[in-house]
Design a binder for this molecule. Structure first.
Ligand SMILES: [Zn+2]
Length: 252
């Protein structure tokens, strides 16, 4: 009987330590689980793939184009924000189905917006104070991310609204039922860079159309700092090699 109890205790301890081990291997932005270790610790991911994101966009190496993949934005002034979450990697806002974009003859629906501080994409080697990712998903699970870079200047009313739901601790989420005017982003008819890449977080899936707007949004230093205080320090992945990919420079 004592022997059975001892075996049971050992089994429990083994399971607990195995779980701890698994938790310890979860990816992050620092130390032994930082981006340079994602390939080893996220075994079933594409993080070691050939077509990864983010990249450094060197404008003189881009291919000028007009209307090749034509982007159409169907954002309304009354988009429903449904929740906000601190997922331990970023601050993420979720949307009710509704707003969409059309790109490469396919419709993608706005699912969430989250932020990186500082930016993940660089333009001509320049890092921006903030990068917003507007993640859109098609009916067959293809992804198009609109990236808006931020520079410091005047306060942004849109960011004031986003940040009015902060602070949020790691793992905390809030249900919101409010309306937001995404037409304030003024991204229709903007020039942008585009290329094929991946999610910038594990599993780093290589099924992402990237659209990086050339015109940055202006937000105040206080707004940048407030977001930073609610996210892990430096929540960005370093630039990935292009490996022969073409970056398009989409002119109006
Ligand atoms: Zn992102």
């Amino acid at each position: 009987m004592n022997r059975k109890i001892a075996v049971a205790i050992y089994a429990c301890l083994f399971i607990i330590s195995a779980c701890k081990h698994e938790k310890k291997e979860h990816w992050s932005y620092e130390g032994e689980t930082s981006p340079e270790h994602w390939v080893e610790i996220e075994k079933n991911s594409d993080c070691g793939g050939m077509y990864q994101s983010p990249i450094n966009i060197i404008e003189k190496n881009t291919v000028l184009t007009k209307d090749v993949n034509h982007l159409e934005v169907f954002y309304s002034p009354t988009t429903h924000l449904s929740e906000v979450e601190n997922n331990g990697h970023s601050i993420q806002f979720g949307f009710q189905a509704g707003d969409s974009i059309r790109y490469m003859n396919e419709t993608f629906y706005l699912k969430q917006i989250h932020f990186h501080e500082p930016s993940e994409h660089k333009i001509n080697g320049v890092i921006f104070p903030i990068e917003a990712h507007l993640v859109h998903i098609s009916k067959d699970n293809k992804i198009t991310v609109l990236s808006i870079l931020g520079i410091e200047g005047e306060e942004s009313q849109l960011f004031e609204l986003f940040e009015s739901f902060l602070p949020l601790k790691n793992g905390e989420s809030k249900k919101i039922n409010t309306v937001i005017d995404l037409t304030q982003l003024s991204i229709e008819n903007q020039e942008y860079f585009s290329y094929s890449g991946s999610l910038t977080t594990p599993p780093c899936s290589e099924n992402v159309n990237w659209i990086i707007f050339k015109q940055p949004i202006v937000i105040s230093l206080e707004e940048v700092l407030k977001l930073r205080d609610n996210m892990p320090l430096n929540n960005y992945r370093i630039e990935q090699p292009l490996n022969g990919r073409v970056v398009y420079n989409n002119l109006n």
